[in-house]
Write a protein that binds this ligand. Structure first.
Ligand code: SAM
Ligand code: SF4
Length: 329
């Protein structure tokens, strides 16, 4: 079992396979897009597979594929297929915006992907356009339908943004009445690719919870899983559940079991660090798996205690403003 210098188990890798995306969620990247990584800067699928194979041998048993939008990278199903065969990997999951996902759901199910996080900040097509700058709401809803049809567990991720979608909080909670989905409200973080200034958090987890409780006073607390990043609730009689993720308040760091690898191959041992080791560069210099393992363990045993410490440790020239599309969420 992998553990860090604070005694926390590490068993969960989030691998961002591209920084590119077919939406422009304003909390994630500017409308003109990012300075996209060139092909040479991206990890190849071979490098990703080598990294995952090593990490699974070391104790990672859950991998989430994310991005950017994972399904805009060519041949992504081939990578998923190879990962699905890794011995020792118990869970392969995906975070997607759902624009290209619907037709792929049957194949994902066949590969053993039993859970998908679908990003959906609003149930209103006009507000969807104003948040994402693309007219793709109906494709996302089609993906939701397909996932449910194929009995894939669905977690809906909704970032709560002052002045943008707080009127969607209650309708999104109402979705859980008839649908067996977990709707999770996420505090907005500063990772917007510098598209706009992050002027502080107006909707923290306490305010989001108050808003929901005001409408659903009988909502009940559920027991949270050991490594859960969300506080979970259910309204009696509803098929689904509700979660709140204090991503900016960082209340979950004490049990954090996750590491991240960015599309460039940068290892992050905390969401808020600036990257601690470039796996792709080491591989291209010919490092052996044994030596890479030593470097990885060194990184895991120098983990910051929490996201506040990680942010504090960042070089002042690199404030936490990069796009979430280069981190993976
Ligand atoms: N494109 C995919 C998607 O949107 O689901 C996967 C990548 S996206 C970066 C992963 C998650 O990060 C999404 O659920 C998105 O809502 C969330 N996210 C992006 N920027 C964020 C921000 N500034 N604050 C909070 N969550 C953010
Ligand atoms: Fe794209 Fe996901 Fe970022 Fe939205 S949150 S711009 S869908 S990467």
């Amino acid at each position: 079992m992998l553990t860090d210098n604070h005694g926390r188990k590490i068993n969960y890798l989030r691998l961002a396979v591209t920084d590119r995306c077919n939406l422009r969620c304003f909390y994630c990247m500017p409308e003109e897009g990012l300075n996209w990584l060139s092909r040479a800067e991206l990890m190849t699928y071979e490098e990703m597979l080598q990294t995952c194979t090593l990490l699974v041998k070391m104790g990672i048993d859950k991998i989430r594929i994310t991005g950017g939008e994972p399904f805009v990278r060519k041949d992504i199903m081939q990578l998923l297929s190879s990962l699905s065969k890794l011995k020792g990997l118990n869970e392969l999951t995906i975070t997607t915006n759902g624009v290209l996902t619907a037709p792929l759901v049957p194949e994902l199910k066949k590969l053993g992907v039993h859970s998908v996080n679908l990003s959906l900040d609003t149930l209103d097509a006009n507000r969807f356009f104003s948040i994402t700058k693309r007219d793709e709401f109906h494709k996302v809803m089609e993906t939701l339908e397909q996932l449910l049809k194929y009995d894939v567990e669905v977690k809906i991720n909704a970032v709560v943004m002052d002045g943008k979608n707080t009127q969607d909080i209650v309708p999104l909670v109402q979705l859980t009445k008839e649908l067996p989905v977990s709707v999770r409200f996420i505090e907005e973080m500063p990772f917007n690719g510098d598209g706009h200034i992050y002027d502080g958090l107006k909707w923290d987890y306490v305010r989001i919870l108050d808003e929901i409780k005001h409408e659903f006073p009988n909502m009940q607390k559920l027991t949270d899983g050991a490594y859960s990043t969300s506080y979970n609730y259910q309204i009696p009689g509803h098929k689904g559940s509700v979660g709140i993720i204090a991503a900016y308040s960082r209340t979950f760091c004490g049990t954090c079991n996750r590491i991240r690898v960015t599309p460039e191959g940068e290892l992050k041992t905390c969401l808020y660090d600036a990257g601690v080791l470039n796996i792709k560069d080491l591989m291209r210099k010919g490092i052996s798996n044994e030596d890479l393992q030593v470097k990885l363990i060194d990184a895991f045993t120098h983990r910051p205690k929490d996201g506040w410490e990680a942010e504090h440790n960042r070089n002042v020239n690199h404030p936490a403003h990069e796009s979430m599309a280069t981190i993976g969420g």
